[in-house]
Write a protein of this length. Structure first.
Length: 576
């Protein structure tokens, strides 16, 4: 049976709510949209009353970083976030978590006052109007690492990278866009496009494929500096919540450098948990962005996880949650299992399922899966409220309360939906008519499920993908053994992975490009993770699916390049 968490159905609402885990309890107002200079953005915000009776405004750190140009600096204290914003020295902002742990708000009250922003709310929307700013001029220069743009401003003003497409090679150009909340009459440089609107200027151009824009801000006078670099990015280390750290670092393999993004999770931290998540709590069928998936499940962070059929929008791998099997593994591929005590196990997973009737036992070949085979397939309410035929000729056997209620011949050539009973399941026979006589009306039905390796049966959480990379410190990469094509192993591509360090810390890791070139091959990826100290590691779906999200922002790629996925591994934080 599918398991629903009791808190999943609660949705972020606007109104008076209570924050927990603070000195005193204050009534607050919150929403999920900010209107900046007349443009709406999906950004979480909150206003509350402090102990001095003053109204405090908080904006999610992800929203400040992606839409206001605030640069988050290293910190070991989740309650204090240093930032840079047109200052020579970091400004430390107090933090406050939303009651569901999805967002970490930064107190920007002093920034609002010092910059004379006009702020008011209307329903879910917080309207922010900075004073009009002007771009006094801009110039282009050359640095050892590449081109540099400098924008001279008459005052500090919000800005953001509005477009940055993805490229796997240094020869394929990327589209870059910079939006500055300021007006100005600028002369376009060669191969640039300038668009203007009231208090807004957008500069667009193509940049070399693996070049990355690095934006900094200077004060006295205020300037915005954009460097187009081809070297490794700076490291980053931010403790976002107790037991949850966001890191960016570069791993070196000989002459090759691979920037990686990491979420490091202490699985024994009270209030912090790791769970598989999928399209929505009510159905496995569908694909969505990680941000939308996180909203549905109310997770603070998520990495993409297992493979899926993009056309059919169905999972192709194991998912187990709270001890309940949600979707079955395929092709004996790699999977990782874990529990709330921080123990993990990796292995090539096979799920042995049989259905028994008074006349015999019969194998189940797939379970809540987009992987279609001849034989009996099992669909439970975890699949969703209904099932639609997937192949030309099928027979659907409806079971309620462990008894057969009837059979129905269906075909994908005649689209229809059949309800999956909440107190039962569907068995779908594909090219297996010889078994139908065993499922007469009223026949009792029992499903038996066991995992192999047998140790997996004891773990409440499982995510499948593959190939398996590292097992108890040993490299075990064998893509052919898991029936992956040769191209997966040899292709240089973006990668995602989950694994565990020797000290028990669980790492979620992504990479997109090596410095000056494409992402790693699977062999390189394995060596990267091993060099990072992982003793267990599983490769997750990669390529365009590779993505990492936390607190309202994508951490490893620009939002314009994100693609939809079927499932992920979510990090849940419950403030205390």
């Amino acid at each position: 049976m599918i398991f629903f968490r009791p808190w999943v159905s609660s949705i972020l609402t606007v109104g008076l709510v209570l924050f927990q885990g603070m000195a005193g309890v204050a009534q607050t107002r919150q929403g999920n949209q900010i209107n900046l200079n007349g443009r709406d953005y999906g950004i979480a915000w909150s206003q509350w009353t402090n102990n001095q009776g003053q109204t405090v405004t908080g904006i999610s750190d992800g929203g400040l970083a992606t839409r206001f140009g605030v640069l988050l600096q290293d910190t070991n204290d989740p309650n204090q976030q240093p930032v840079l914003w047109f200052k020579d020295q970091p400004l430390t902002l107090a933090t406050r978590f939303s009651s569901n742990g999805m967002y970490r708000y930064l107190d920007v009250s002093d920034l609002i006052q010092s910059q004379q922003w006009q702020v008011n709310h209307q329903g879910q929307t917080l309207r922010i109007t900075p004073p009009p700013a002007r771009i006094l001029g801009w110039r282009q220069g050359r640095q050892p690492w590449g081109d540099r743009w400098v924008f001279d401003l008459d005052r500090a003003t919000p800005w953001h990278i509005s477009r940055l497409t993805f490229s796997r090679t240094s020869t394929t150009p990327r589209q870059f866009g910079l939006t500055i909340e300021a007006s100005g009459s600028l002369t376009a440089l060669p191969n640039t496009k300038i668009s203007t609107a009231t208090n807004r200027t957008v500069i667009e151009r193509d940049i070399p494929g693996t070049t990355r824009p690095d934006v900094t801000m200077l004060a006295d006078p205020p300037r915005l500096v954009v460097d187009f670099r081809n070297d490794a990015p700076a490291n980053r280390s931010i403790t976002w919540a107790p037991g949850l750290r966001w890191q960016e670092q570069t791993v070196t393999l000989g002459p090759r450098q691979f920037p990686v993004s990491v979420l490091a999770v202490n699985p024994q931290q009270p209030g912090l948990s790791l769970r598989p998540i999928w399209f929505s709590p009510t159905t496995l069928v569908g694909i969505s962005s990680l941000a939308d998936m996180a909203q549905r499940w109310q997770s603070a962070a998520v990495i993409n996880a297992g493979f899926f059929n993009r056309d059919r929008q169905m999972p192709l791998g194991a998912i187990r949650d709270q001890g309940n099997w949600i979707s079955g593994p395929i092709l004996n591929r790699g999977a990782i299992a874990w529990n709330d005590q921080g123990q993990t196990r990796v292995g090539r997973l096979f799920l042995q399922q049989t259905v028994s009737t008074p006349t015999g036992s019969y194998p189940i070949v797939t379970f809540n899966s987009g992987y279609l085979q001849a034989g009996l397939a099992l669909y439970t309410p975890a699949w969703g409220p209904s099932y639609s035929p997937q192949t030309g000729n099928e027979t659907v056997i409806t079971v309620r309360n462990n008894r057969v209620m009837g059979q129905q011949a269906v075909s994908s050539q005649r689209p229809q939906t059949l309800a999956i009973p909440q107190d039962g399941l569907l068995l779908v026979a594909r090219s297996y008519n010889s078994v139908l006589g065993a499922f007469a009306n009223g026949a009792t039905v029992q499903i038996q499920t066991t995992a192999n390796p047998p140790e997996f049966n004891a773990f409440p959480y499982i995510a499948g993908a593959g190939p398996l990379l590292i097992d108890r410190g040993q490299v075990v990469l064998n893509a052919a053994a898991e029936q992956f094509g040769g191209g997966l192993a040899t292709q240089a591509a973006p990668r995602s992975a989950i694994g565990q360090l020797g000290n028990g810390t669980i790492l979620l890791v992504t990479t997109h490009n090596r410095v000056g070139g494409p992402g790693p091959t699977l062999a390189e990826w394995t060596q990267i993770l091993r060099q990072m100290g992982l003793v267990n590691a599983l490769n997750l779906d990669g390529g365009s699916s590779t993505a990492m999200y936390m607190g309202g922002q994508l951490l490893d790629r620009h939002s314009v390049t994100t693609t939809r996925v079927s499932n992920g591994i979510g990090i849940f934080w419950q403030p205390r």
